[in-house]
Design a protein around this ligand. Structure first.
Ligand SMILES: *[C@@H]1O[C@H](CO)[C@@H](O)[C@H](O)[C@H]1NC(C)=O
Ligand SMILES: [Ca+2]
Ligand SMILES: [Ca+2]
Ligand SMILES: [Ca+2]
Length: 995
């Protein structure tokens, strides 16, 4: 949400109910911990546990890195060294979702637990958790990350804004992440909660509130009910009213700043607890995928024309796919997922996404070339589907021999390329205008007509490829196999772009770029019709375009595309490429390296409190702008960030400020007009006299500025279920065009949901206008489906345009909010003696009652083996009989049972003779330890009639221990019972807005 104008700002000052733990970009105080830091710490901790468990399951060693965890060190330990960048990207998205809560949801007191909105805050967290789980089930990880960030913000704020810490609690309030618990013991609206206080760190919460363990939170704004606590600190004016003072612990100088550090500790533990619940629901593999820790980098994505004339191309796609799958299986280059989007005419899609290479092989093998009617095909519809379904920074390969029938999608596709930073390579095998196409027996009847690419349709594919930093490769069908090596190159993990230039029209020019010692497999792509070029190494060695094999490497030509593979010895330093051509050409230099960067344009707000938001559309030309740049790579530092105009004009320098932990802010007073790329330089951290420790990286994506802004306002209603409508209000603004001018509006979504929106919006005084988009989710939409909505506004005459991209999720009302239950039937453990020679066994019955059913049972702790059998119980319900066998040296077991909607039940047992009370399960220490203290503040909802008697909530752990012991009867010598129950469930709900 963008606020300009004094009046609006004042309105916010008066109404806002936020102010939270600080946002990381802005905390200058060394002892203040931000939302972002808590989030990152917890993500690293829980990811490390998931990696450890997964490594164990796969028989690999896992060694926790020494020193503080970082994305780089953990990626390495997780046997996914090349995933540092996707890991950081995911962490950033979660952090952005978190930060956004202070901007988009500024006015929502429940999202910040202000104004005693404890029940609604709880609801908000439950809703968020459920949406995240539903997204993960459908592998919609991007949407899941945004929602997770928002949800964590609310959870973390509880510890700063409530009296939980003042009540003496030093563990998380676990009920906040449980859907089947009703929080009681909240101070009611009539009950005074605070006394008068002048100054910092008073004990102003009334003793009676503390004695009764009543929960309250601070009021924020202009007024508050009598006797209530305020948030405190500027700009909370209510803290000046009696009882004066406040209770927030947002930072070390806050009114209760003396408790900031402890609030941060507990909020971080609570963050871990929520992440552990998601981990339980998702499983370790998907949890790590959510975090971007996968054993390779790039998803392989094909968008393929399947109309009649494409049989040669399809055969080549089959060949390349097989070759890549076979050569990368089990290596770090193995794609983490495969995506296939066929398109024809009039049909296109569906998008097929799989992590299973064999399924993908079968899908590709099933492709046939048929139909298509007239010459043009639905290529951009296919591309749009791929851009929205593939993760950001994907490499997409489009195969076609025809013009785009749906070229009206051009601006939407461009917007998606810019916002996802994905690279689109077009493999164009059509015949160029003027040349006759030879008929082949493969051609079907409709191909008998003369058909050709005209210049303008080639230009459209070129424009899209170039905007993304990809290539538009024109080859004959016969030569296509020589061009597809670019696809194999793209599966190399840790692929980085070092340099890129586009000259259209072409002109003679010398280009130089820096190569550092971390780079491997240095490759130059040059497209253009017969460009003359010479490459000069740092030592002065040269090779020109006529030497297919020379001192510097080899050159391969396919159609208009040249691949230069450089030898990897003696390559550090400054390289030069001299090109002489009057025809348009492109140069791209890539390599493999763990050093890379991510960036986003951000909008920074200083009032009413510092905060920032990621810009989803094009940044404004001729205005100041801020880039948030994150570098990846161990001990790497950034020294410069420049904006390189695509036109070839002088790069524009930025002022770079180091914000710590790999984050930098780069600011520029005036953004250049037109297209540009972002280029960074820095030091690799390798210190040696002979090493080339200066590095350079560049974005592939060409960014462009606009004089138009499109902004989506906070959603009026943020719940969106199947069969319902969602209304998305937006505003447009233009500094160039005055009031009265009419902007053309387009709203498109990738799911083909029906939508309504105004065809145009007329600007009012001040150059602003507003409208709404209404999207309808069909009633059969699966819960967790994400929808990418692109709203575009085009200035009169098409001179300028901009867009906003929103990711939305459809969430069905859950029918199942209860976790699976576990009943230990027997434990046989005779472990006296040498433990390596002895084993023990546990039998348990698990069931989800009449819920959605147990989808998965896994062993999270313990190195034994688990066998399960499903039987139908007397009441007709499924019961899973589980038998766990382990060496007596492995004394603990923790079974995780997840139902079909992600409710997690945990069943743990220890045979350790010395422990006389339940060992806190390592993954949820908090819940166990806090059980006695939280009991008074919460109560489970009415117990489900279907739940076995042993099912318990964490809060009732003590009584549950008794129950379990009595159940296990003869095994009572075993000290620890089956402690149980972390039912974290979904329940009402809704869609969460993200973008
Ligand atoms: C390219 O290199 C070859 C071999 O060094 C040389 O004979 C030729 O003259 C060069 N061509 C150009 C255009 O520089
Ligand atoms: Ca065709
Ligand atoms: Ca057609
Ligand atoms: Ca259930």
């Amino acid at each position: 949400m963008k606020f300009t104008g004094r009046v609006l700002l004042l309105a916010i000052l008066l109404q806002t109910q936020t102010v939270c733990f600080k946002i990381w970009l802005f905390s200058e105080k060394p002892r203040t911990t931000t939302h972002q830091q808590m989030t990152e710490t917890a993500i690293l901790d829980v990811s490390a546990e998931a990696c450890r468990t997964l490594a164990k399951a796969e028989g690999r060693d896992f060694v926790l890195p020494t020193g503080p965890l970082s994305a780089e060190s953990l990626a390495m330990a997780c046997a996914a060294a090349d995933s540092a960048k996707p890991f950081r990207t995911s962490i950033n998205t979660i952090r952005f979702g978190n930060a956004e809560t202070d901007v988009v949801f500024l006015l929502s007191s429940e999202r910040h637990f202000d104004n005693e909105q404890i029940l609604r805050g709880h609801e908000r967290i439950k809703t968020g958790l459920e949406a995240v789980k539903a997204n993960i089930r459908l592998k919609n990880f991007i949407a899941a990350r945004w929602t997770l960030g928002e949800t964590l913000h609310t959870l973390q704020d509880f510890y700063s804004h409530s009296n939980w810490i003042e009540m003496g609690k030093r563990v998380p309030f676990s009920s906040l992440i449980k859907p089947d618990v009703i929080i009681r013991n909240i101070a009611d609206e009539k009950t005074p909660t605070c006394g008068e206080c002048d100054g910092q760190n008073c004990n102003n919460i009334l003793q009676s509130i503390l004695n009764d363990q009543l929960l309250t939170t601070g009021y924020f704004g202009l007024t508050k009910p009598d006797g209530k606590c305020s948030h405190g600190d500027f700009p909370d004016l209510s803290s000046l009213l009696p009882p004066k003072g406040g209770i927030n612990k947002d930072d070390e100088d806050s009114i209760h700043g003396g408790l900031h550090t402890v609030a941060v500790e507990v909020a971080t533990a609570a963050t871990r607890e929520l992440l552990q619940d998601i981990r339980g629901a998702a499983g370790d593999q998907d949890f790590l995928r959510l975090m971007g820790v996968t054993r390779s980098s790039s998803v392989l994505c094909f968008v393929i024309d399947t109309t009649g004339s494409m049989s040669d191309d399809i055969e080549e796609v089959k060949r390349v796919t097989l070759s890549i799958i076979d050569s990368t299986r089990g290596t770090p280059d193995e794609p983490p997922a495969y995506i296939l989007v066929p398109f024809n005419d009039p049909d296109f899609g569906p998008l097929i996404r799989t992590t299973d290479a064999d399924i993908f092989k079968a899908q590709v093998n099933a492709l046939t070339a048929t139909g298509g009617g007239d010459f043009p095909e639905m290529s951009l519809s296919g591309l749009q589907l791929a851009l929205t379904g593939a993760p950001p920074s994907s490499k997409i390969f489009l195969f076609t021999d025809a013009t785009a029938k749906d070229d009206h999608l051009r601006s939407t596709v461009l917007a998606l390329i810019e916002s996802t930073q994905s690279v689109v390579n077009c493999m164009l095998t059509g015949v160029l205008s003027g040349a006759r196409r030879r008929r082949t027996p493969n051609d079907d009847q409709q191909n008998q007509r003369l058909r050709f690419f005209d210049r303008s349709s080639i230009q459209l594919y070129q424009e899209l490829a170039l905007a993304s930093g990809g290539q538009a490769i024109q080859v004959t069908k016969k030569d296509l196999p020589q061009a597809t090596s670019i696809i194999e190159d793209s599966t190399s993990s840790a692929l980085v772009t070092i340099f890129q230039a586009v000259r259209n029209p072409g002109k003679a020019e010398n280009f130089s770029f820096i190569v550092d010692d971390s780079l491997r497999k240095l490759t130059v792509y040059i497209t253009g019709s017969s460009p003359i070029f010479t490459i000069i190494s740092p030592t002065g060695a040269t090779q020109n375009n006529t030497e297919s094999s020379g001192v510097l490497g080899s050159i391969q030509t396919a159609g208009n595309f040249r691949t230069v593979r450089l030898n990897t010895t003696e390559q550090g330093g400054v390289w030069e490429i001299r090109v002489d051509s009057t025809q348009a050409y492109t140069i791209k230099v890539i390599g493999q390296s763990g050093i890379d960067f991510l960036f986003n344009f951000v909008e920074i707000f200083m009032e009413p409190q510092p905060g920032f938001q990621i810009l989803s559309g094009r940044p404004s030309a001729n205005k100041n702008a801020t880039l948030l740049v994150t570098v990846t790579g161990e001990s790497v530092s950034l020294t410069g960030v420049e904006l390189v105009p695509t036109s070839g004009a002088q790069p524009v320098n930025t002022t770079v400020e180091d914000r710590g932990q790999g984050d930098y802010l780069a600011t520029v007073d005036r953004l250049p007009e037109g297209e540009f790329a972002v280029r960074v330089t820095g030091l690799t951290g390798v210190v040696s006299r002979t090493s080339h420790n200066l590095f350079q990286r560049q974005t592939s994506t060409q960014l462009r500025t606009s004089g138009v802004t499109v902004t989506v306002s906070a959603l009026v209603n943020d719940s969106w279920g199947p069969g319902t409508n969602l209304t998305i209000p937006f505003t447009i603004a233009s500094n160039a065009t005055g009031s009265g001018s009419s902007f053309t509006i387009q709203a498109r979504n990738d799911r083909g949901f029906s939508s309504s929106f105004p065809s145009s919006v007329t600007l009012e005084a001040g150059g602003r206008g507003a409208g709404t988009v209404t999207l309808t989710a069909p009633s059969d939409t699966a819960s967790g489906t994400d929808v990418t909505l692109t709203i575009e506004a085009e200035a009169p005459g098409g001179s300028d345009s901009n867009y906003a991209v929103q990711r939305l999720t459809v969430i069905a009302k859950p029918t199942d909010i209860l976790s699976p239950t576990c009943e230990v039937v027997s434990v046989n453990a005779n472990c006296t003696g040498n433990c390596t020679l002895l084993s023990w066994e546990l039998s348990a019955n698990l069931t989800d009652g009449n819920g959605t059913g147990i989808a998965r049972i896994t062993v999270r702790q313990g190195s034994g083996t688990l066998n399960t059998t499903v039987v139908t119980g007397v009441d007709g319900l499924n019961v899973t009989l589980a038998t766990y066998r382990a060496s007596c040296c492995s004394e603990e077991v923790e079974l995780v049972a997840v139902d079909a909607v992600g409710n997690v039940g945990v069943c743990s047992r220890s045979i350790r003779a010395s422990s006389s009370t339940a060992e806190p399960p390592a993954t949820a220490p908090v819940a166990t330890t806090m059980a006695p203290t939280t009991a008074p503040t919460t109560a489970p909802t009415t117990p489900p009639t279907t739940a076995p008697t042993t099912s318990m909530h964490t809060e009732s752990m003590t009584s549950q221990i008794t129950a379990a012991n009595s159940t296990s009867g003869g095994q009572s010598s075993l000290a620890s019972p089956c402690s149980f129950w972390f039912s974290l469930i979904p329940f009402s709900l809704i869609n969460i807005l993200t973008h």
